[in-house]
Write a protein that binds this ligand. Sequence first.
Ligand code: NAD
Ligand code: UDP
Length: 313
Amino acid sequence: MRKRVLVTGGAGFIGSHLCKRLLEEGYEVICLDNMFTGQKENVLPLMKDPHFEFLRKDVLEDIHVECDQIYNLACPASPIHYQYDPIKTIKTSFIGSLHALGLAKRCHARILQASTSEVYGDPEIHPQPESYWGHVNTIGIRSCYDEGKRAAETLFFDYNRQHNVDIKVVRIFNTYGPNMRGDDGRVVSNFIVQALKGEDITIYGDGSQTRSFCYVDDLVEGLIRMMNSRDGFTGPVNLGNPSEFTMLELAQKVIELTGTNSKIVYLPLPQDDPTQRKPVIDLAEKELNWKPTIPLEEGLLKTIDYFRSTLEL
Ligand code: NAD
Ligand code: UDP
């Protein structure tokens, strides 16, 4: 019989790629999403598949389904969206995880938490290994997301210790690709949309801050490998691409690949914006035999194609 998998946040950017991959691999997929940042277009192509089911629901409500595996992705991920209703964001992270863990306990399902590199905050150690405890402001504008995700990790490990729930925790670093929203506000989608529309490319700060960008197909491969990793390996494990770029380098790459006439403009840096971020992925390489395969330029070209075909220019 097909294994039944619940993906919370399955209509979002990463979730929709994950649902598609799981269907291709022969799973029965239940996608649960409240459509806050999810897009119908992301899941419409999957609706034709008899093994796919969509539930419009909020993870703040109890979840009642039967399943063998749970990927817990529900949570807005871009700063403009998670700061829109910060109280709801921290509730989604914590109470959503509580409900998903309760379901895992009842169904004896294995459950994977989509945690984040944001648990490292504005890191004082570079690059970041899983053993680093982080440098996070508890009361800033990013805290609803960062602290929500940190508390969710705690809850996962307490459910594991107290109730023996079979947990897997991944810390995802900046991921990009098709199915991101054009109005998502994250840097890759912003720069590409601005370039394709011939608008100014908005660098926040002086553009010297760094990020390491992982193409979504690589990330989804890592998520599935982690879900199916050996018993007792809980993580947390970093998933991300260790190639590091400054935001100025990223802007220049997008300008080159789109052939746009857009000019770069510099805007103020948002509060608590991390200055650098790059994963150590030795643990993922050792335990999951995983490392990213798609270089930035190749991933950007695929993402540019996606926005070219979906934007009304
Ligand atoms: P996204 O915003 O595209 O997807 C999140 C999905 O969760 C959306 O479909 C949204 O509608 C849904 N959602 C939000 N609140 C909900 C609620 N209360 N109930 C039900 N559904 C809800 O973001 P994404 O980039 O696909 O991120 C997916 C997960 O991965 C998130 O948990 C995010 O924190 C994590 N993550 C992403 C990145 C990244 O770079 N994309 C990095 C680190 C961690
Ligand atoms: N950023 C930028 N211009 C934009 C959007 C973001 O320069 O139009 C910067 C942002 O300040 C941050 C980096 O790009 O330093 C990555 O931002 P994003 O919101 O994509 O992810 P996060 O900060 O959560 O890593």
